[in-house]
Design a protein around this ligand. Sequence first.
Ligand code: HEM
Ligand SMILES: *[C@@H]1O[C@H](CO)[C@@H](O)[C@H](O)[C@H]1NC(C)=O
Ligand SMILES: *[C@@H]1O[C@H](CO)[C@@H](O)[C@H](O)[C@H]1NC(C)=O
Ligand SMILES: *[C@@H]1O[C@H](CO)[C@@H](O)[C@H](O)[C@H]1NC(C)=O
Ligand SMILES: *[C@@H]1O[C@H](CO)[C@@H](O)[C@H](O)[C@H]1NC(C)=O
Ligand SMILES: *[C@@H]1O[C@H](CO)[C@@H](O)[C@H](O)[C@H]1NC(C)=O
Ligand SMILES: *[C@@H]1O[C@H](CO)[C@@H](O)[C@H](O)[C@H]1NC(C)=O
Length: 348
Amino acid sequence: MSPNFRTLCLFLIVVIAPAAVKCDLEIGFYDQTCQGAELLVFDAVARAVNANPGIAAGLIRMFFHDCFVRGCDGSVLIDSTAGNSAEKDSPINNPSLRGFEVIDKAKAAIEAVCPKTVSCADVLAFAARDSTALTGGLNFPVPAGRRDGRISIASETFTNLPPPTFNATQLEQSFARKNLTLEEMVTLSGAHSIGRSHCSSFVRRLYNFSSTNQVDPTLDPGYATFLQSQCPFNASTNNVTVVPMDVFTPNDLDVGYYVGLTQHFGLFTSDQTLLTNSSTRPFVEENIVNPGVWAIRFAKAMIKMGKIEVLTGTTGEIRTNCRVINSAKSIGSVIDTLGHSSSKVAST
Ligand code: HEM
Ligand SMILES: *[C@@H]1O[C@H](CO)[C@@H](O)[C@H](O)[C@H]1NC(C)=O
Ligand SMILES: *[C@@H]1O[C@H](CO)[C@@H](O)[C@H](O)[C@H]1NC(C)=O
Ligand SMILES: *[C@@H]1O[C@H](CO)[C@@H](O)[C@H](O)[C@H]1NC(C)=O
Ligand SMILES: *[C@@H]1O[C@H](CO)[C@@H](O)[C@H](O)[C@H]1NC(C)=O
Ligand SMILES: *[C@@H]1O[C@H](CO)[C@@H](O)[C@H](O)[C@H]1NC(C)=O
Ligand SMILES: *[C@@H]1O[C@H](CO)[C@@H](O)[C@H](O)[C@H]1NC(C)=O
């Protein structure tokens, strides 16, 4: 957005129709208001990834799960309350989603220098970008200016996030609902070249694929045997035990994922189907031949995913604590504090 457009946008917000105006996201959105914001996020992410490379995978997945449920509004970060089970406590996210404390640390560092300025949704978007760069993907500028939502509902994860049992047609439909193309779906699935999965996400493929009591025939037999050794049939630990998604280079965000598909090493049905299906297969093959093109496509697709149903302008809020929505009570206590200080002034 050009400076003029931004000025116009702010003018529209303040003067014309406060609730109705939506502004585009903008690269360098915090340059004037909180210059160090992106650096503080990078610092927190780099420390965490240095200590545990898997955190990068966790943050990239967290961004995907935020954006697909109510848009990229930080709703995945909100804690459950007595009356509400939040997204993060859906079985899709709990216990598998990780990296929340990294977002907390980055946000706390930012609040210390520029309070109530940088949204949690943007902190997560920056953290996913940094995680991409730190694991060997491209570094790319992230358009920002997202604002935080106030609603997070566990059951909404089931209808918006694709399960690992989906075939290519179902995956295409799931991504199309978010205005993402078939190519972008295949491109973003390359994120499965890093990180881990719990046995429960794929165990049916090992013993009872499509209720046949057989191992999935599209899985490499040697790999299937390895996975069976890690994830025994009916084991109560299958929601605790994890295996790497890419057994060869689990911390490198690269086209190894697509190479693995050609060797029948796709961990989920939703992975292997990208090679089996004739519409997605050409994208898989292109990525293998040209890793540089894939990396560019991945960065572009992350930017596009980051624009799904965002709150901007005066919609939503800037959460102080990413786990808790700003409450009416805290606004009340601000007024209360003002009241007290003015009565103090009056009485002295
Ligand atoms: C195409 C549809 C997708 C399906 C069905 C899917 C499904 C899954 C499942 C079941 C897991 C393992 C969770 C567990 O059991 O621990 C997982 C992990 C992961 N997914 Fe996806 N995913 C999809 C797309 C994406 C996208 C678009 C991204 C990001 C761009 C992504 C990034 C990741 C990452 C990085 C992990 C590893 C997380 C970690 O190590 O903590 N996935 N995914
Ligand atoms: C994909 O899944 C849908 C829904 O279960 C099903 O109707 C369709 O036949 C499947 N496609 C293939 C190729 O299996
Ligand atoms: C492959 O996926 C495409 C895209 O969703 C779909 O249109 C097509 O029917 C699928 N082909 C098969 C054989 O399942
Ligand atoms: C997809 O695009 C349409 C048309 O521009 C828009 O109305 C809709 O809100 C978009 N959906 C998402 C999830 O971004
Ligand atoms: C395989 O799945 C089918 C359908 O869910 C189920 O009826 C059957 O009992 C399962 N087989 C085993 C050995 O668990
Ligand atoms: C698997 O576990 C379920 C539930 O714990 C049990 O009902 C079922 O009989 C078990 N199946 C086998 C083949 O052990
Ligand atoms: C794993 O599943 C068992 C029963 O299915 C449940 O009691 C346990 O709490 C689960 N563990 C985790 C970490 O979700």
